[in-house]
Write a protein that binds this ligand. Structure first.
Ligand code: UDP
Ligand code: MG
Length: 310
């Protein structure tokens, strides 16, 4: 019987030190999993260091190693998309190069999908050790909020590390949107997913590419991509303001009729005016966020530009 092919997609951005360590580790894992044939797609996401030459070195010595090199940094989401487009495997795995996604789980994940019971085996971190507490706190908040306001099921602590069936990959590739929030897309396409929990592992080399600010923007992107609830907030706030001003008008008219008109209350008036201006700017901002997303979407720009591939 022909061996099933498993494609491994590895997005890399300035990972010159991690690549050799990752590759050595994976070599051992692949020996254990010799029932499968493997294929790598390293995605060099416009790295400024020697990432590409490290990948090329592997490519020269190992025919299973392929790569796409982007013309600039397009982000991990674009890297994942490029990998999925190029993957030829019956099963497709997405994996970080920093060994924060334990390769030991790969066998179990492949078995899950091969059994046919599941279309996808995905992983989630159950601990966040080694991460700043403030980051964990906001991450938890984000998952709570997005699951309340969006229909896509986004699991707390979900990693991008997962193995998917060919069918699921083809479904994901049909989603051509420019603002890609993979965690949402994976859930949106449906299919049966087995969740495998694991304990957080620290990076082997290099450092994380995600600053707090970048993560914050990324979470807003996620919310804009998978929920329109913030847009309804504008209408709800509008209705509430109308209601309170109506009550206020009646109160003032009645009071003036009973006790005469007294000029007073300027400070409170200023407070009310500023608050309303704040609410208006907030809702304008929310509308602007969706408008900007729609604007980028209608331009139909490519998700990534490949400078070189092999
Ligand atoms: N990555 C990428 N493009 C980027 C940022 C990150 O391809 O613009 C890759 C990176 O090389 C790594 C993976 O995405 O393989 C995860 O990045 P990182 O380890 O910095 O994220 P964290 O694990 O801290 O969430
Ligand atoms: Mg990492």
């Amino acid at each position: 019987m022909d061996k099933k092919i498993c494609t491994i997609i590895v997005p890399c951005y300035n990972e010159q030190d991690a690549i050799p360590i990752y590759y050595d580790k994976m070599k051992k894992i692949m020996l254990e999993l010799s029932r499968y044939e493997f294929e790598y797609w390293f995605i060099d996401d416009g790295s400024a260091d020697n990432t590409l030459s490290e990948i090329k070195r592997l490519n020269e010595n190992d025919e299973r190693v392929h790569y796409v090199s982007f013309s600039r940094n397009f982000g991990k989401e674009a890297g994942i998309y490029a990998g999925l487009e190029h993957a030829n495997g019956d099963y497709v795995a997405i994996m970080d190069v920093d060994l924060q996604d334990p390769p030991e789980l790969l066998g179990e994940m492949l078995e899950c999908v091969e059994s046919g019971v599941y279309d996808c085996a995905a992983t989630r971190r159950v601990t966040r050790e080694g991460e700043p507490p403030i980051r964990s706190f906001f991450a938890r908040m984000f998952y709570k909020i997005i699951n309340k306001i969006s229909s896509a099921d986004i699991v707390d602590g979900a990693r991008d590390y997962r193995v998917m069936s060919r069918q699921m990959v083809d479904s994901i590739l049909k989603i051509k949107e420019y603002n890609r929030f993979s965690k949402g897309i994976f859930g949106w396409v449906g299919y049966k997913t087995k969740w495998i929990p694991f304990k957080n592992v620290e990076r082997v080399a290099g450092e994380t590419k995600w600053s707090f600010w970048k993560l914050f923007i990324y979470s807003l992107d996620g919310i804009a991509a998978f929920s329109t609830t913030p847009l309804s907030i504008a209408s709800v706030l509008g209705i509430l303001c109308c209601f309170f001003s109506f009550v206020g008008v009646i109160f003032i008219v009645v009071r003036a009729a009973l006790f005469g008109d007294r000029v007073a209350g300027w400070p409170s008036l200023v407070c009310i005016v500023t608050m309303l201006a704040g609410i208006q700017l907030l809702t304008l901002g929310i509308i602007g966020l969706y408008l900007s997303k729609a604007y980028l979407e209608v331009k139909k720009r490519p998700i990534y530009i490949s400078k070189e591939e092999k």
